[in-house]
Design a protein around this ligand. Structure first.
Ligand code: G3P
Length: 201
């Protein structure tokens, strides 16, 4: 329906707000697309040495993922849309983050945004994956490795907690997109060249 389309486009536009770029600009820092991995994401903003900017990027990108699902759920209740609209918003906010219309379609890898999405879909799922990510990040000290392993765990946990739901499809697609966006990191990991969290650019 047209309401589904509005929800999808709204979520895409919300996702297109690249907080790495926005926060860096507001704080007078270099554009994160110009140093380190070049990725507009919290991990790369941390390479600037500014922890506050990295934390704000993480929070902003997670919040937009959460908000997209939350607002889609409100719209679904108000306009009698089914769960497909909510799953669609989860996918659309991810697409916006990865290919933002406001930033020449050069976006991030989707880790923080996925965390917000999962928390909004099911807080148990979100918290479980956040815990997994945190333990892996503390253990390996490699942001991409923690994200990739959490992305592999996400469909399994979703299948367990939200079985036979359209959300399972959305989480699978998001996980595949997230992993695909990490192709350079995967090459770096295999070559043993992936840097540690917080290493300066
Ligand atoms: O959040 C993205 C992270 O997993 C990797 O970022 O900058 O190391 O490519 P980066």
């Amino acid at each position: 329906t047209s309401a589904d389309v509005v929800v999808f486009i709204g979520a895409y536009l919300l996702g297109s707000l690249s907080f790495a770029v926005i926060v860096s600009k507001l704080m007078g820092l270099d554009d994160p697309r110009s140093y380190g991995s070049g990725n507009p994401g919290a991990t790369n903003v941390l390479r600037s040495g500014n922890r506050k900017a990295a934390a704000l990027t993480l929070a902003g990108d997670a919040l937009k993922g959460w908000l997209a699902v939350f607002l889609a759920r409100q719209a679904a209740a108000a306009f009698a849309l089914d769960a497909t609209a909510i799953a669609g918003a989860a996918l659309a906010v991810t697409l916006g983050h990865m290919w933002p219309v406001f930033f020449r379609f050069k976006g991030g890898k989707g880790v923080a945004t996925a965390a917000g999405i999962l928390l909004a879909l099911d807080w148990r799922l979100g918290l479980a994956l956040l815990a997994i990510w945190l333990i892996l990040a503390k253990g390996f000290k490699i942001s991409s490795l923690a994200a990739l392993l959490a992305a592999l765990a996400a469909p399994v946990l979703t299948w367990y907690l939200l079985p036979q739901s359209v959300y399972l499809y959305a989480v699978c697609v998001i996980a595949v997109l997230l992993i695909a966006r990490h192709h350079q990191n995967i090459r770096g990991l295999l070559a043993g060249k992936e840097g540690k969290i917080g290493d300066k650019a």
